[in-house]
Ligand binder design. Sequence first.
Ligand SMILES: Cc1ncc(COP(=O)(O)O)c(C=O)c1O
Length: 405
Amino acid sequence: MFDEARTRKMPVKRPIYLDFQATTPLDERVYAAMTPWFGAGFEAGFGNPHSTTHRFGWEAAAAIDEARKAVAQVIAADPRAVFFTSGATESNNLAIKGVMEAMLSVKPELIVPVTEHKCVLESALAMERRGAHVKWLPVGRDGLIDLDQLADLITDRTALVSVMAVNNEIGVIQPLAEIGALCHRKGVYFHCDAAQAFGKIPLDIKAMNIDLLSISGHKIYGPKGVGAIFMRRSRPRVRFVPQMSGGGQEEGVRSGTLSPALCVGLGEASRVAAQQMDEDRRHVRRLSQRFFEGLRQAHPGILINGDLEKRYEGNLNLSFPGIDGDRLLSGLRDLAVSSGAACASATSGPSYVLRAIGRSRAESLSSIRFGFGRTTSIDEVDFACETINHVIDELGGLKSGDRNQ
Ligand SMILES: Cc1ncc(COP(=O)(O)O)c(C=O)c1O
């Protein structure tokens, strides 16, 4: 299959973007939907969606309501339980701090896997400083949590379990339905950081018993600076203290004037993502398989990080044993890739996620995350593959054996 690469038709534009977990380019349909809302002057939609006394406000509010419905539909939620925020960082802060502040005096415990995104870890630590008791849940070598271990950690003093859907560094998909069923049985709220999952894999808040869910716009070809939080309003109603004081917009969940352009953008990105989720997933699966086969044929010692099956295929995190990650990255200037999460890539320590799944310090430092997306082409993947194989050879090849996981 990889031989097709030799018959590449078009020269590829460089650098090739393979960092779709960090962010995604705006989809043209999203841009088109947003433009009426960010022009200049009175011709553009500029109304304050919270103005209830005139047409300018009503029109903006109506557009936002449509967007809310589109977001809600992706997770099979009631639109009235979806609230716009500035992104998944804010939604995660809101979920963890909001719930824990409300529950602190009755149920001070919070359970968080060690491989969560920094904004979840830091929010948990912030609540620990305010008296919460954080229980850190380890993950296996496959990056997945163990349900029995989770069950053992839950007590009648546990308020919240927060587990991400798809890991941003290694792409593994946690067993959401099983976690939700367990939390539901034990009367514990389940928050899911779905920044890397929303619009990419099927999510159903009812079937998965999810009480709170965080969404980001810019991971699904939508605009940056907008996201959403789903918060269950009944059976059970999530007890929660708002974290932003203000005019009580978004039913008091999140004060502040909403941006119609950004909300409409997130709505359209959600609609498109839902419509072509299967197609998008087939595309990235095909690309990542082709990419990995091309690398492994030449260099069988390359390791995949995280479970081989339970994963979102658009994220392939690989370790190159014996190769210095910085030297590898500097040889890959034609590829826009990342050695880990965008928020942590300025710090050059080994990734805490890779360390948590048992990779050595050296293996962690020799790892790169390759992200494929809706716009990635086979030609780009083949070019990336050839480039990497070439750079590995230049650096003297891989050093250790053929261990796969
Ligand atoms: C898993 C996960 N959670 C949260 C975030 C933060 O999202 P945002 O950039 O919308 O604040 C990200 C983005 O890097 C992420 O990957």
